[in-house]
Design a protein around this ligand. Structure first.
Ligand code: ADP
Ligand code: MG
Ligand code: MG
Length: 211
């Protein structure tokens, strides 16, 4: 019960792209405070390229879908976020494999593999004020919720809530990774833009799974 199909994940990617387009200015505003004011533009450019690529033909399975998303982000986004999100989707696809559906534990394992890809690439640690601070609690919350016997939909909702809380918790932090770290103490008092886009990633996943 509650398997996540290829079409559910396609819906996720399309919802994520739409939400990024809608929140583009906000993401850019966040990045203008502690970065170089391009996070909204970077993510919107990447997700527009993803939507064009996916429009060209139906994916053969979950790995094909996620690898296409990952490769497109890596090749179309110049900033730090392109390789990081690209690696997330590539690793998630490799973990999922050539299947047409994932049960809760397989989805959780795939998301964790994606998170580990980000860690391998960017070396973020907890409280460095990066996308990791939204993603790690989200993946943990999914594991914990599933372990308590909840459905994958309930798990994805708990993950979205944890990602939003993780995003909010970046506000007082002093950045230790990425461009924001150049500001030192002046990076405190602002949300991390990548944590904000990651909260959108998990919110749209929960919405797609809820249907
Ligand atoms: P750039 O900083 O190159 O302009 P973006 O503005 O698109 O790229 O993305 C910035 C976001 O990338 C940050 O808000 C942060 O969440 C994330 N980020 C930057 N460096 C790292 C890193 N080493 N590890 C994890 N996330 C990082
Ligand atoms: Mg930037
Ligand atoms: Mg930049």
């Amino acid at each position: 019960m509650g398997a996540v199909e290829t079409t559910t994940l396609q819906d996720w990617i399309s919802r994520f792209g739409a939400a990024i387009a809608e929140k583009r200015e906000w993401l850019t505003e966040l990045d203008s405070a502690i970065g170089d004011a391009d996070h909204g533009a970077n993510m919107a450019r990447g997700m527009t390229a993803v939507s064009e690529k996916l429009g060209a033909g139906a994916p053969t399975g979950i790995d094909d879908l996620l690898k296409t998303v990952g490769m497109t982000l890596v090749s179309s986004v110049g900033g730090a976020s392109g390789p990081l999100y690209g690696t997330f989707f590539l690793r998630m696809g490799m973990s999922a494999g050539a299947v047409a559906s994932l049960d809760g534990p397989a989805l959780a394992a795939a998301l964790r593999a994606g998170l580990e890809g980000i860690v391998a690439r960017g070396k973020p640690e907890a409280r460095d004020k990066t996308m990791f601070d939204a993603m790690a609690p989200a993946v943990d919350a999914l594991d914990e919720t599933l372990a308590s016997g909840a459905s994958v939909a309930e798990g994805a909702r708990a993950a979205a809530d944890a990602a939003a809380a993780g995003r909010d918790a970046t506000l007082p932090l002093v950045a230790r990774k990425g461009r924001a770290s150049y500001l030192g103490e002046r990076s405190a008092g602002h949300l991390d833009p990548g944590a904000a886009s990651t909260a959108i990633l998990f919110e749209t996943l929960a919405d797609a799974i809820a249907g």
